[in-house]
Write a protein that binds this ligand. Structure first.
Ligand SMILES: O=C(O)c1cc(=O)[nH]c(=O)n1[C@@H]1O[C@H](COP(=O)(O)O)[C@@H](O)[C@H]1O
Length: 272
């Protein structure tokens, strides 16, 4: 299914804006998984199965797998999501961005090798670096606009002709790059004013909002400033606060409880 349609279906029919981030860190795994050869797969699969009905999307972060030589586990996890939880889109968080000929290989990596439904990209190299992704009209292209980290302001807030750079990024992508309707933007939960600015510039464009949970973003501020008029429009992602909510045998249930609490706290602010 087309990424954006799958996402809308999750928002509306499954009543959730929660994006479950998959950022495996073996040192934080529960004791029963320590030393197991396929621990990354087993840990993430347990989280996926425990939270699937609460998720509008899953977002594996590629460096967390590649650094562990667990690319194969990532492939199998995405295949598992598609087979066991069909209809839940997978966002490969890779933050790619390179000249067009190399970008073609990143396209194959994300969509052919890993079978992701969407990918995160850095727009710094400009339109031609993103075009091979935009051309895959059924896939989501999620571009960094105002990131969640403290250093986001260093470049993204620079004044360019009377307004900050991130506002140009938002406008150019929404107006010029979104010809197939498959673009979305990353706007961190830790910058609620900028989130409101972006929402006012891009209409109903979907926004991926990391920074809730471990980075301290506030759900109410995100909802007030980022939701669309119909109470949707957001993929509010949380990784560590869900994945490592519990360290014991019942880690998957603890993760489910954390995801449920996040979904419910978001839903309190969807329609007001
Ligand atoms: O593109 C992202 O997902 C992303 C963008 C951003 O601005 N900030 C950000 O934290 N992320 C990612 O979102 C996840 C946040 O993890 P937690 O802070 O544990 O919820 C990490 O995988 C980050 O790489």
């Amino acid at each position: 299914m087309v990424f954006i349609d799958a996402l809308r279906q999750r928002w509306q029919q499954h009543d959730t804006l929660v994006c479950v981030g998959l950022d495996p860190e073996p040192a934080k795994f529960p004791a029963q998984l320590h030393g197991r050869p396929d621990a990354v797969f087993e840990f993430c699969r347990a989280i996926i199965d425990a939270t699937a009905d609460l998720a509008c999307s899953f977002k594996p972060q590629i460096a967390h797998f590649a650094a562990l030589r667990a690319d194969d586990a990532l492939e199998r996890l995405i295949a598992h999501i598609h087979a066991q939880h069909p209809g839940i889109p997978v966002i490969l968080d890779a933050k790619r961005g390179d000249i067009g000929s190399t970008a073609q290989h990143y396209v194959s990596e994300a969509f052919d090798r890993y079978a992701a439904d969407a990918v995160t990209l850095n727009p710094y190299l400009g339109r031609d670096s993103v075009q091979p992704f935009l051309d895959r009209a059924d896939k989501g292209v999620i571009l960094l606009c105002h990131t969640s980290n403290p250093g986001a302001a260093d470049l993204q807030d620079l004044d360019v002709g009377g307004k900050p750079l991130y506002q140009h990024v938002a406008q150019i992508i929404a107006r010029d790059w979104n010809t197939h309707g498959n673009c979305a933007l990353v706007t961190g939960a830790t910058w609620p004013e900028q989130l409101a600015e972006v929402r006012s510039l891009v209409g109903d464009l979907p926004l991926l909002v990391p920074g809730i949970g471990a980075q301290g973003g506030d759900v109410e501020a995100v909802m007030r400033n980022g939701r669309t008029a119909d109470g949707n429009g957001l993929m509010i992602s949380s990784s560590r606060a869900i994945l490592y909510a519990g360290q014991g045998e019942d880690f998957a249930e603890a993760a489910r409880k954390a995801a449920l609490e996040l979904r419910d706290s978001i839903n309190r602010y969807r329609k007001h």
